[in-house]
Write a protein that binds this ligand. Structure first.
Ligand SMILES: [Zn+2]
Length: 561
């Protein structure tokens, strides 16, 4: 007796093989048979005519570490087709953490991952100190999607070095203790180590996140600790001074696979990401598993002029980031401030994000009803219509609305041809949703639906089979998830049933449902008919099933490498 039989589905098996029509049976949380016509009684029959069935999406780059302690759903990911979330990316974890370091850990997350401090303070259940205790807490509470956890370099560094973690290189003794914690985490079930050397990754007060202070010896020792354990992937969000040849050296010495984030296309340096990907491919040809992590979403950033962080690399604008809210109107009206901002935009000193692309910043929501007709237009366009410099237009307009005007910038991954090229790279790990982070300004938790709908169906950038493989079989192999990511007999029944004609991104809405009433953007998917985790249905056509089982597992057993 099967638990479920899906009849007449288009089966997309997650290996990249051609889709085929057939049935799929589930028993005891696993796929019991896949393909052809399946006979035999079943407790439940799902008519999947006209629908596609594929393995559940594996989201390889989330920041649900904190949220999972109060929200076993990792909402909204399951409703968007995700059955496994990977946490601990960039090394910004909440374990290990001593009680004395909890406050700074939360304040750093507020800065570096744009999380609400009030929500973290009210929400996080601090019932752990060590990494193994953290995993045990998740397991005790239960989780709806499966959870795969990286150990976090910055947390480990803080545990060993205290406040010095953000100020200096480690001593030999400290490095040895960090390596011990990495070994402990891997033994407890970490998939690897997450880290960051990325310059914008700053904690409270602009202080670098701890991993940014690590030197070559430290990286070598921590990767060697994984090598000795016989497994463990190294995930790094790379800064400009960390070169691919350096990473290749680490991979060569330690045999570790390295996932390199965040490989966005940028108009300020349009060829750079491709050059780096080529370097990684050359390293792969020499036998090193160095994988670029790319995104299929334009990185949109919503902002108001109360905190216009998109300009924060501009020397003059830094003043605005330091100025108390009440004094901002006076600063924005100041002629010298405006001229300085314009001058620095032209000179481009320290520029990383914004390159005067005023045609890529849009008026998202005006406060005054009479301005609604302007919504959706670019600042280049709006400023030209009034014969003003875009800086003056933006500041004047926002001042006229008490700084409540909402703008949206599309600065990275905004050119479709470049994104199509990146996501088609054979080795590229399509991910980078950052789900669970930056909740005020973005929600790309629906990246998988975007790949299936927008990129595959609408743009024809890649076949549906390849898109599905990028979201399932490929990451499963990368992380060593032995029995997930493909529709084959014996694999875990993590499944996504969807309508290929309508699948895609839906609306974004603002919800005030975080702890302490903090708000977030929530994505709503299109075309999702059902999601099953380990054989249990957690989402139906109407969204999450309120009383669904916490069917996910904290995954601790990975293929070695
Ligand atoms: Zn991240």
């Amino acid at each position: 007796m099967f638990d479920i039989v899906f009849r007449n589905a288009t089966l997309i098996d997650g290996t990249g093989a051609p889709a085929r029509r057939g049935d799929l049976a589930v028993a005891d949380g696993r796929i019991a048979a896949a393909g052809g016509a399946i006979a035999g009684p079943a407790r439940e029959v799902v008519d999947a005519s006209g629908l596609a069935l594929m393995p559940g999406i594996i989201d390889g780059h989330t920041h649900y570490d904190a949220q999972l302690t109060w929200d076993p759903w990792a909402d909204p990911s399951p409703a968007l087709g995700v059955t496994t979330v990977v946490i601990g990316n960039c090394g910004f974890t909440i374990a290990p953490c001593r009680p004395a370091d909890r406050d700074i850990t939360m304040r750093n997350l507020t800065q570096v991952e744009g999380m609400s401090l009030a929500a973290l303070r009210e929400g996080i259940r601090w019932e752990f100190e060590s990494f193994p205790e953290y995993l045990a807490l998740l397991e005790r509470n239960g989780v709806v999607p499966n959870v795969v956890a990286f150990a976090g370099h910055s947390s480990i560094r803080t545990w060993v070095m205290g406040a010095d973690a953000s100020t200096r290189a480690a001593t030999d003794d400290e490095i040895a203790r960090m390596a011990g914690l990495v070994r402990e985490a891997i033994a407890a079930g970490a998939v690897g180590l997450g880290s960051s050397t990325n310059e914008p990754h700053n904690g409270e007060g602009g202080v670098p996140m701890p991993s940014r202070l690590a030197d070559e010896r430290e990286f070598r020792a921590l990767l060697a600790a994984m090598r000795d354990a016989g497994r463990g992937v190294f995930m790094l969000t790379k800064g400009s001074t960390t070169t691919v040849p350096f990473l290749e050296g680490l991979a060569a010495d330690t045999g570790r696979a390295i996932i390199v984030a965040a490989m966005f296309h940028s108009n300020t340096a349009p060829t750079r990401v491709f050059e780096q990907v080529e370097q990684m491919k050359a390293a792969q040809a020499r036998g090193r598993a160095i994988v670029p992590q790319v995104s299929c979403c334009a990185l949109t950033m919503e902002f108001t002029l109360r905190s216009a962080y998109v300009f924060e690399d501009n020397a003059t604008w830094k003043q605005a980031m330091r100025t108390p809210q009440a004094e901002l109107p006076r600063l924005y009206a100041d002629r010298d401030f405006r001229e300085g901002f314009k001058r620095d935009l032209v000179e481009g000193v320290g520029r990383r994000l914004f390159n005067s692309e005023w045609h890529r910043i849009f008026l998202r929501e005006a406060r005054a009803p009479r301005h609604r007709g302007l919504e959706g237009r670019s600042l280049a366009d709006l400023a030209a219509a009034e014969g003003k410099h875009p800086v003056d237009w933006m500041l004047d307009f926002a001042l006229g609305e008490d700084l409540d005007t909402l703008f949206v910038a599309e600065l990275l991954n905004s050119e479709p041809e470049s994104v199509a090229r990146l996501i088609n790279e054979e080795s590229a790990h399509v991910s980078l949703s950052d789900a669970g982070a930056h909740l005020t300004f973005l929600c790309d938790a629906d990246f998988g639906l975007n790949l299936l709908g927008h990129w595959s169906r609408d743009r024809g950038a890649l076949p549906i089979e390849k898109a599905a493989w990028k979201l399932t079989g490929h990451p499963a192999a990368l992380f060593g998830l032995r029995d997930r990511g493909t529709l084959r007999e014996g694999a875990a029944a993590d499944l996504l049933l969807f309508d290929p004609a309508t699948v895609g991104r839906g609306q974004r809405r603002r919800a005030w449902d975080l702890p302490a009433g903090a708000s977030r953007l929530v994505a709503e998917g299109k075309g999702v008919h059902g999601v099953w985790v380990n054989g249990a249905r957690v989402v139906d056509r109407n969204g999450p099933i309120a009383d669904a089982a916490r069917a996910g597992k904290v995954l601790r057993d990975f293929a070695g490498s």
